[in-house]
Design a protein around this ligand. Structure first.
Ligand code: IMP
Length: 429
């Protein structure tokens, strides 16, 4: 049995979906273990573009069984929409190839409202995706306010829980703003019991299902959402998401023992992007004709979920060395290399300067990271279209750049992506 994890090493949007798609050939199961519909995964297959937020992208392959683990937070509307959209695009989705954990937590409209009000409050904004992710995880941890997917299967219990929770939520919402939206427990219970009818067949004890898959010798692929620098414990706190988006989330978020993982592939973009607020030492904030804007335009760096322009900057080897070590990464995939093809020269941040001292230690804390100034090394650009290259030896000066990234992160580079399509990939080993 082999089990692989594909994990982003930056602030998300590293194009993990493409590597997951490639790896589905060698796996039979695919698992999401963190986050929710805040993730945006784009996969281009046979010229067709699929956008998924909540469902694992591996579901696009007919031989794969997709599993949404207990660590995910689920908005039923998004879940049902994605199932319907895939079906209308001709992708088979049924309770035999899609399993949803009884222990995943449910997002309710009051979570979305709470996030809206908190984010618009003074001095509190994280720059979230507005999907209710943070408030739902807060309620999970509070225990008294959490509702799990499995509760949808017990109508009286669900209604009773909502009757206890909704008045508390309304109090909080009104305290946040006098014009807050408030909610009615019975209306929510009716709405969610409607979803339960359609979701019921997908709801399963996924820990047991995974154990059975292991017993049956299936190869399992873990698809992390967001990036390791957004990890709630290890990222640039507080400008992070609310789940363990590094590999540290696998065990808790799926019940799959981390010691069974045999391969961890760290995904890096050839540059860095970030959406939302928070420090970003290598950001290229150089105006409408600057390199930051060039990367944004060529890389189509706009959020899949929110459409927000992504902040763009040079590759940060200090941050990614940290997440490589944190995640137990074995090998690397370098994505979107073609986006840099027009640049004369390309910079890599190899150290930070803080208070006159040079350091290569990444501080997992926004307060400290804000004080870090990047120290760069500069490499020549390749100024050639590389989107048609399929062999490592045919990469021009770009080969030097990719090799340098591998050297700095002390890991072999296994994949280089030179375009969105599955076949625009260089397999390096
Ligand atoms: P939340 O996950 O919606 O709570 O947002 C928290 C932070 O994580 C914000 O900076 C978001 O922009 C960022 N974020 C959440 N999901 C993604 C993602 O899939 N890609 C990139 N950034 C994300």
């Amino acid at each position: 049995m082999a089990s692989t994890c594909v994990v982003g090493l930056q602030w998300g949007d590293e194009a993990k979906g493409k590597i997951v798609d490639i790896l589905t050939r060698e796996h039979q199961w695919v698992v999401r273990y963190n986050g929710g519909a805040n993730a945006g995964h784009t996969v281009v297959k046979n010229g067709k573009t699929y956008k998924l937020s909540l469902l694992p992208t591996g579901i696009l392959e007919p031989h794969m069984t997709a599993l949404i683990g207990n660590g995910v937070v689920v908005n039923p509307v998004k879940f049902l929409d994605e199932v319907a959209n895939l079906r209308s695009a001709g992708v088979e989705v049924s309770p035999t190839n899609l399993l949803l954990s009884t222990h995943a937590h449910l997002i309710f409209p009051y979570h979305v409202e709470e996030e809206r009000l908190t984010e618009s409050g003074k001095g509190q904004a994280i720059g979230t995706t507005g999907r209710g992710i943070g408030p739902c995880y807060q309620d999970k941890i509070s225990r008294s306010n959490g509702i799990r997917v499995g509760d949808l299967l017990h109508p009286d219990f669900l209604r009773q829980r909502l009757h206890a929770i909704v008045p508390r939520k309304n109090l909080i919402l009104r305290a946040l703003s006098s014009d807050a939206k408030t909610f009615d427990a019975d209306a929510l219970a009716d709405e969610y019991l409607g979803y339960a009818q359609q979701m019921g067949p997908f709801i399963r004890d996924t820990v047991h299902a995974l154990q059975q898959a292991v017993h049956d010798g299936k190869n399992i692929l873990f698809e992390a959402a967001q990036g390791s620098l957004l990890d709630i414990d290890h990222g640039s706190y507080p400008y992070v998401t609310s789940s363990n988006s590094s590999t540290t989330g696998i065990w808790a978020g799926s019940g799959f023992p981390a010691r069974f993982i045999t391969r961890i592939i760290g995904i890096i973009k050839a540059y860095t992007t970030r959406v939302g607020h928070g420090p970003f030492p290598t950001e290229l904030d150089d105006g409408p004709t600057g390199i930051g804007e060039t990367i944004r335009k060529i890389g189509r760096e706009y959020g899949t979920v929110t459409g927000r322009p992504r902040r763009c900057g040079w590759f940060d080897a200090v941050a990614t060395r940290y997440t490589t070590a944190l995640g137990g990464v074995d090998e690397l995939a370098v994505m979107l290399l073609d986006v840099l093809s027009t640049l004369d020269e390309i910079k890599i941040c190899t150290a930070y300067e803080v208070a006159g001292q040079r350091t290569t230690v990444f501080p997992g804390d926004a307060f400290l990271l804000e004080r870090c100034k990047p120290v760069y090394e500069t490499l020549p650009g390749w100024k050639t279209d590389i989107t048609g290259v399929r062999n490592w030896n045919d990469l021009p000066a770009a080969e030097r750049y990719v090799s340098r990234l591998g050297e700095l992160l002390e890991r072999p580079v296994s994949f280089v992506s030179v375009g969105p399509d599955r076949d625009q990939t260089i397999f390096c080993k």
